[in-house]
Design a protein around this ligand. Sequence first.
Ligand SMILES: Nc1ccn([C@@H]2O[C@H](COP(=O)(O)OP(=O)(O)OP(=O)(O)O)[C@@H](O)[C@H]2O)c(=O)n1
Ligand SMILES: C[C@](O)(CO)[C@H](O)COP(=O)(O)O
Length: 224
Amino acid sequence: MNYQVVIPAAGQGKRMNAGKNKQFIELEQAPIIIHTLKVFEEHSICSGIILVINEQERNDFQKLLDDYHIRKIKYIVAGGSERQFSVYNGLQAVDDCGIVLVHDGARPFISHKKIEDLVHKAQESGAATLAVPVKDTIKRVENGVVVETVERSTLWSVQTPQAFIPSLVIDAHHQANKDNYLGTDDASLIERTGKPVSIVLGDYTNIKLTTPEDLLIAKAIMGK
Ligand SMILES: Nc1ccn([C@@H]2O[C@H](COP(=O)(O)OP(=O)(O)OP(=O)(O)O)[C@@H](O)[C@H]2O)c(=O)n1
Ligand SMILES: C[C@](O)(CO)[C@H](O)COP(=O)(O)O
């Protein structure tokens, strides 16, 4: 089944500390956002990309799309002050499609195989996310003191893409906005409505470029 993808790229990259939106950082001859967009550009079952940007960066993004011949962009939409609001704006531009994906602009190493696994699962269950089992021991800490060691066998580190039946995720966003609820991912908005979100095993290499050391890891992944 074909899908459309909403790609939020309207953040500021504060934790990357590069003095600019991290989407524009060059990795092996192309900016991060181009690596991400190319995955979808080259995926035959992706029928359209909705790119969410900061309006002040529109010309910069447009130039990159032209320079790198990215042709599958259906809409370029203005983002919001939080990731959730940016995704919400992007979802308003989704056409009639069976499945919509939401994928961070800052996760360039997603594979076609994992996207396909995810789309199949979302077709069955309505909502699905990639995730990998947590490898570290996780402790809850308050005021510098351990309060609890959390049972690791149930912990998963959640990634994007996340895939949904469009009406399901749009309704969940409406409900969250109504309740003033702010989540760090879109699946959590579905979870709070009581509907199930399926897990699909991701790759540990599908990292989000968040802090400066992630750029070193990214170079290692690209050199592999
Ligand atoms: N208001 C926002 C915030 C984030 N994002 C996008 O959501 C993805 C994941 O967010 P994150 O890694 O947190 O990016 P930033 O918000 O840019 O980073 P930071 O939180 O360090 O400022 C990124 O592709 C980012 O551009 C967005 O579209 N709109
Ligand atoms: C959506 C996400 O990438 C899943 O891991 C993550 O929650 C984004 O969170 P951030 O706070 O914007 O880094």
